[in-house]
Ligand binder design. Structure first.
Ligand SMILES: *Cc1c(COP(=O)(O)O)cnc(C)c1O
Length: 443
């Protein structure tokens, strides 16, 4: 992308957009800002929450009660140290929320130790690296073509922390880790940490096998469940900790359906002790107790409804993949039975000019998706895949029999070249048929 102006590292299109938009705020009277935020939020909520078919894989619609908790005044109250032994006084009620969060998450993930004071999944990964490695150590992670996350790579937390990053060999046809090559390469490299899990997972990873390898070479095995935590919590996908991962990191706002934030989970007391000190007094001083309260509400939903929710997400993904393929879209992962065993679906995006291009073409029709890396030839300026997740439409009550309608709308825009704006009213009409939330406690 062309670059201009003093911030010459920012794409020119973004600089121009920013300058156009920012002009009105440079003279706006202070008293007008809150009202402007109110109108902006209302418009955003109407649009994304109610008028869009949101197939973006890394998002969800949070239980409204959890959203109310997130707005509570406890969110601006500091809390340092262990429950029962806090630095600040006055936390006698608030510290119960921490204890509830830990107990619920332990029950959901069947683990011993929970670090929940983590601001995001990315930071959860940084905490995990700090607990298991030192700067300069070697790690192995999935390549971008297998949807390995930026935090596993040089530009992200792993690189910024000074780790030397090597790629896990991945068999793109089978959408699987190439275990034989991984064993060979890891025995030579002797990495201190191996990371499984990525931003697209059409099927489980070979956690047991990689744990054996990790034991042989003295490495830790981390599972990044940012996207998968909701379906793992429901018991409908693999169980990385039980299968041998030393630790598992999560985002709490993707398939898990809670507030934005991260978790690090482990059964290893040595790792847990280091994580505890990294969280406090290391990198988190005071954490957001309002977010923690929302996390408790979201976690209670998962504890109760998680299995049914996870089953429904996966059934919808399989039905949507089949329907998209039936429309003639190049759904990726033919070696995976039914195209997917998770809530993710991947479509090859080269015929549409790339994944981001395709997602921007779907946007004016109120269908939200994203680009993703697939193990296919690279495109010059775009992702080679389009990623879809069914977690939000599942919460709104959509079922496998509703998937052909969605696939038909996507195909009309991407394959038949229909004007997305002309398709938009039909998308909104379909979306409006689903107005109550499922798999959550309602008050
Ligand atoms: C989204 C994602 C993260 C980062 O999570 P955030 O909560 O957005 O910081 C980490 N790992 C993977 C594989 C992801 O897809």
């Amino acid at each position: 992308m062309e670059k201009i102006g003093p911030r010459d590292w920012v794409p020119a299109a973004s600089v121009r957009f920013y300058e156009e938009q920012a002009a009105k705020y440079r003279t706006m009277p202070a008293r007008d800002f809150a009202g402007e935020v109110e109108r902006t939020l209302a418009a955003h909520e109407r649009y994304t929450d109610l008028d869009c078919i949101n197939l973006y894989a890394g998002t969800n619609f949070m239980n409204p009660r959890a959203a109310r908790f997130q707005a509570s005044s406890v969110g601006s109250r500091p809390s340092l140290g262990y429950p029962g032994d806090k630095y600040e006084t006055g936390l006698g009620y608030a510290e119960q929320i921490e204890i509830m969060a830990v107990e619920l998450i332990k029950r959901i993930f069947k683990c011993e130790y929970v670090e929940f004071r983590v601001g995001s999944g990315s930071l959860a990964n940084l905490y995990a690296y700090m607990a298991c490695t030192k700067p300069g150590d070697k790690i192995m992670a999935l390549p971008v073509a297998a949807a390995g996350h930026v935090t596993h790579h040089a530009e992200g937390a792993a690189g910024l922390y000074g780790l030397e990053i090597h790629q896990i060999p991945f068999d793109g046809d089978r959408m699987e880790v190439d275990l034989d090559r991984l064993r060979q390469e890891a025995r030579q490299l002797r990495p201190k940490l191996i990371i499984l899990g990525a931003s697209l997972a059409l099927q489980p990873y070979p956690v047991r096998e990689v744990r054996q390898l990790a034991d042989e070479i003295g490495a830790y095995l981390m599972f990044d469940a940012a996207h998968l935590s909701g379906i793992i919590a429901g018991g409908e996908f693999q169980q990385p900790l039980a299968e041998g991962a030393h630790l598992m990191t999560c985002s709490t706002y993707k398939s898990f359906g809670g507030p934005a934030g991260g978790l690090v989970l482990t059964n290893d007391s040595g790792v847990a002790e280091r994580l505890d000190r990294i969280a406090y007094p290391g990198l988190t001083a005071n954490f957001d107790l309002a977010r923690t309260a929302a996390l408790v509400a979201a976690s209670s939903d998962i504890l109760e409804f998680g299995p049914a929710y996870a089953r429904a997400c996966i059934a919808n993904a399989r039905a949507l993949a089949a329907a998209l393929a039936g429309e003639g879209l190049p759904v990726h992962g033919p070696a995976v039975k039914g195209y997917t065993l998770s809530h993710h679906v991947a479509v090859q995006a080269a015929p549409f000019g790339g994944g981001t291009t395709a997602s921007r073409r779907l946007e004016p029709a109120n269908i939200l998706t994203s680009g993703i890396g697939l193990p296919l030839p690279l495109l010059e300026n775009d992702y080679n895949g389009l990623r879809i997740g069914t977690q939000e439409i599942t919460r709104w009550g959509m079922q496998p029999e509703d998937m052909p309608a969605i696939a038909g709308l996507v195909a009309r825009i991407l394959l038949k070249g229909e004007d997305p704006a002309a398709v938009q009213p039909e998308v909104i009409a379909l979306r409006h048929r689903f107005h109550s939330l499922h798999y959550v406690f309602t008050d």
